[in-house]
Structure formats: structure tokens, C-alpha cells
Design a binder for this molecule. Structure first.
Ligand SMILES: [Zn+2]
Ligand SMILES: [Zn+2]
Length: 85
């Protein structure tokens, strides 16, 4: 019975490819949850913007536009601006 798992038909796979490979949220346009706009191609399909975001090591806000400092911290766009030397 377990072997039936290997027999998923191709049409189901096409549907699943719209799911975020990380949180499995539907990123397809028809889902209407806004994730389609910000989704990013990943190895096996798509990743939604939230899953691409990292927590800023300075203000702990989730951010997509971060920079890695020489000592390996993730700093968000806002904190980069504040930190201009
Ligand atoms: Zn996600
Ligand atoms: Zn920050």
C-alpha cells in the first residue's frame, strides 16, 4: 500500500508547485493572498517573501532587504541607513 505514494500523477505536481517550499502556503495567483507578487523561485518551486525574510539582528524586524555585516549579523535596510559611517 505504501508504494502508491510513488504514483502521484503529474497534474497534481503542477498544482503543488505553487506552494511555498518552506511554509507550504499557496503562492499561486488564484490564491489571492498576495503571496504571488512577492514569491521567489526556489530549488523545487517557489518561496514566499516571508520565508525569504530574515530577522534583523539589530531591531529583530523581519526583512527582505538585509545586508550581512563582516561579523555575520543580518541588518535590515532601516538599520543600515542608521549605521552609515
Ligand atoms: Zn513561505
Ligand atoms: Zn533592523
Amino acid at each position: 500500500m505504501d508504494k502508491s505514494i510513488g504514483e502521484i500523477n503529474m497534474s497534481e505536481i503542477t498544482v503543488d508547485i505553487n506552494l511555498c517550499t518552506h511554509c507550504f502556503e499557496d503562492t499561486s495567483f488564484s490564491a489571492g493572498n498576495g503571496k504571488f507578487v512577492n514569491r521567489i523561485p526556489s530549488d523545487a518551486g517557489w518561496m514566499c517573501a516571508e520565508c525569504q525574510s530574515v530577522p534583523c539582528d539589530n531591531c529583530e524586524k523581519l526583512t527582505l532587504s538585509y545586508e550581512v555585516t563582516p561579523d555575520g549579523n543580518w541588518i535590515c535596510e532601516d538599520c543600515i541607513k542608521v549605521d552609515v559611517r
